[in-house]
Each structure stands twice: as C-alpha cells, then as structure tokens.
Design a protein around this ligand. Structure first.
Ligand code: ADP
Length: 396
C-alpha cells in the first residue's frame, strides 16, 4: 500500500473514534467520497420483523441534492438487502435522457447493536459500480455501523441524564413547593405585621398599597394550592368533568381578556373559524387555555400570541402559538409530565404542574394536546377536542 493510500485509510478509519455520531458520519462520507463516487446515500434501520423502520441518516452530495431529506429513493433496494442480508447492486432498467431517472444503486448490510440496517448509495446516471470498489464501500459500511453504536451509547447516556433530572425534580418537589408557599406567606406576614404596628401610623395610600400586595399574594397562594389539589385529583382520577355545551369562541375570548387584564400589553390575535358548540367542562377547558396563555406571558414575554381554531368533521383543533424562544427539543418529550420544568437561568416562578394539568383535562375530554416548537421562533400548542361525547363520557 502506498503512503498516500495509508494516509487515506487512516483518515477514513479515524472518523469512528471522534465526536458526536452525526458529525462523525458526515466526515466519514466526505472522506469516502474522495475515492468512492456517489450522489446520495442513506442509512435505514429495520425492525425485528425485517421491515424498514426509520431513516437513520441521509446525505446528498452530488446530483439530486434536493433529495437529501427524502430517502424514499433507496427503500426498494434497502428492503432487498434486509431480506437477503447480502450486497445488492441495481442498474437502471431503461436508458433515459434524465440522469435522475437513471439510478445506479448499491446496498450493503449494516449490523449494529441496535439492530440491522442498510447503507445505500446512489449514482444518478452512473458510472456503474465496479467489483473492485465494493471492499471500500463495505469498509465504510462497517465504520458507519461502529459510529451508530456510539450513537446508541450517546442516546443511552442522554436518557440516563434525563431520567436523573426527572427523578431529581420529584425529589425536590417538597423543597420547591415549600419555597413557593413560603414566598407569598412571607409577604403577607410582613405587610400585615407592618400594618398592625402600634408605633407607626400609615397614610391611606400606603395602607392601600400594602393591602393590595397582601391581596395579590393571597391570590397567588390560592392558585398554587388549587393547582396542587387539581394535579393530585387528576392524577388519581378523582376530578370529574361536568360536561355541558361549551361555546368555544366565547370561552377563549373570555380567557384571553382575563389574562390581558393581569398582563397589560399582552397581545392576542384570533384566527377562529365558525366554531361549533362542543360538549365539555367549561371551567376546566378555560383552565387549559388560561395555563397556555399564562405560559406565553411568562416564557414568551413581549410576543404576540395567535389563537387559532379549525373545525373538522368530528372534532375541533385549537392552537395557541407564540413567537417566543421555543422549548429545546430534548425537553419536549417531558414537558407534560408532573413537576417537569425546563432548567433556565431566567428564574420564572413555576411548579411544572400547568401543562400536566392541561394534558389531564384534555385527555378527560378524550382529546389530545401536542406541542411543536422552533427554537428562537416560537411554540405552538395544539389541542384537538371531539365535538360530542357519548352517554358514557367517551367521544361520540
Ligand atoms: P411551570 O410554568 O410551572 O414551570 P408548566 O407545566 O406550565 O410549568 O410548563 C413546563 C415547562 O414548559 C416550563 O417550565 C417552561 O420551561 C416550558 N414552557 C411552557 N410553555 C412555554 C412556552 N410558551 N414557551 C417556552 N417554554 C414554555
């Protein structure tokens, strides 16, 4: 082997041991392409039954670049490789003027701990793969498999860290709640003691100011205790819903007004289709929207919020969209869990109960609540509610 070849293989194989799995795969295929031509490649994973389960990685390097996200071009050959566990090569069936319609495909089996997979290369319009190029492609496949094993380890570590953080939140619950109860109580006690001092006389304006603080902090305490009670009743299924006809449009407009009353300057835009009256619990549904709008005020301050609604055949889909900082992806799977909060330095007050309560209420209506977020652009909560419930309280 020449020293140039040696250098090449050293660079190629060293991609296995460095960094985050996706960037390792990027580097591997950049290096590979110096000696092995391809336009697109994709790695698929199969499930236990041998069906294609997911596209683990896709990359477009040459012609057909726009097809990077869509890896359907390789599904057919990938299925063949999975069933035979052999290298498969496919040449175009008919000649064509259009190179994109002339795919030369090479599929290689890929074994990694997580399961079985396939690496597929495509060259649009050729040149065909030569037998002597296969060992290099097979080496790339086995290096890719090692990198994917690292992905598995990295994902396990991430899951463990998440599990530890969630367990920690449960453990810290008493401390958090005690702190949240203590803060308003401290204000109430402090201002009451001041008002009661016999050695000082407060003018009427100051008295009013103190009483207003006491009043607000008492509201805060009541809200906190209500949340705690609701969350434990919802958790144990003890909170029953009082299903009545609900005029959704009025409900969301009233809630928005209430939140705006507390947060002057908070801008809400409505994009509501002619909404039907649905069967639901007025108070509880109001609580859902109030939580979502309060969160928008808290976490997406100064952002305008759009409340949208569309009617479907049997359901209504409502959206609450803000233009705030969004929620980091790694936290999304957990934000509806009890006590879950996204760690942040900005220090907003909260208990991690709001979204948990929203989800429980929506589920008690046989509906679904989901979230989509674009970091830096905003967050959209989407609620789908059935229009009717049957006698047993299920969706009609
Ligand atoms: P709390 O507000 O008491 O922390 P929630 O259950 O209402 O609890 O929300 C859970 C977490 O989801 C919050 O801690 C916050 O980080 C995040 N979150 C909720 N709504 C938004 C939003 N509109 N924009 C950004 N983050 C949000």
């Amino acid at each position: 082997m020449s020293s140039e070849q040696l250098d090449y293989f050293t660079t190629l194989t060293s991609t296995v041991s460095r960094g985050e799995w996706k960037s390792s795969l990027d580097t591997l295929f950049v290096v590979l392409r110096k000696r092995f031509l391809f336009d697109n490649l994709a790695i698929y994973r199969s499930d236990e039954k041998g069906s294609l389960a997911e596209v683990v990685y896709a990359r477009a390097a040459g012609r057909g670049k726009s097809r990077e996200a869509d890896a359907s071009w390789g599904e057919n050959i990938a299925t063949q490789v999975i069933s035979t566990r052999r290298i498969v090569m496919l040449a175009p069936e008919q000649p064509s003027e259009d190179r994109i319609a002339m795919p030369y495909l090479l599929g290689l089996p890929l074994d990694f701990v997580e399961g079985k997979g396939v690496l597929v290369f495509v060259r649009f319009g050729g040149p065909p793969y030569l037998d002597e190029q296969i060992p290099l492609a097979a080496l790339a496949a086995s290096l890719a498999a090692r990198i994917l094993e690292r992905r598995q380890v990295q994902e396990h570590i991430h899951q463990l860290e998440q599990a530890r953080y969630r367990a920690q939140l449960q453990d810290d619950f008493i401390a958090t709640i005690s702190h949240d109860l203590h803060t308003p109580l401290g204000f109430i006690k402090g201002y009451t003691t001041s008002l009661l001092r016999s050695d000082t006389s407060w003018d009427a304006a100051t008295q009013r100011e103190f009483l207003t603080i006491i009043d607000e902090e008492t509201d805060h305490l009541i809200a906190l205790i209500d949340r705690l009670l609701d969350s434990s009743r919802l958790q144990t299924g003890m909170l029953t819903m009082d299903f009545q006809p609900v005029a959704l449009e009025k409900l969301v407009r009233d809630v928005a007004l209430r939140v705006q009353g507390r947060s002057p300057g908070f801008e809400v835009v409505f994009d509501l289709e002619n909404l039907p009256t649905i069967q639901g619990d007025n108070v509880r549904l109001g609580q859902v929207f109030e939580n979502l709008l309060d969160n928008a005020v808290k976490y997406a301050s100064h952002s305008r919020v759009t409340i949208g609604a569309r009617k479907r055949e049997r359901s209504v889909v409502l959206t609450v969209a803000d233009q705030g900082p969004g929620i980091p992806f790694e936290h999304l799977p957990y934000i509806f869990e009890r006590f879950y909060r996204v760690p942040s330095e900005t220090g907003q007050r909260g208990t991690g109960l709001g979204l948990f309560i929203c989800r429980q209420i929506v589920q008690a209506h046989h509906g679904r609540i989901t979230v989509e977020t674009v970091p830096g652009k905003g967050t959209t909560f989407r609620i789908e509610l059935p229009i009717r419930q049957n006698e047993q309280g299920g969706p009609a």
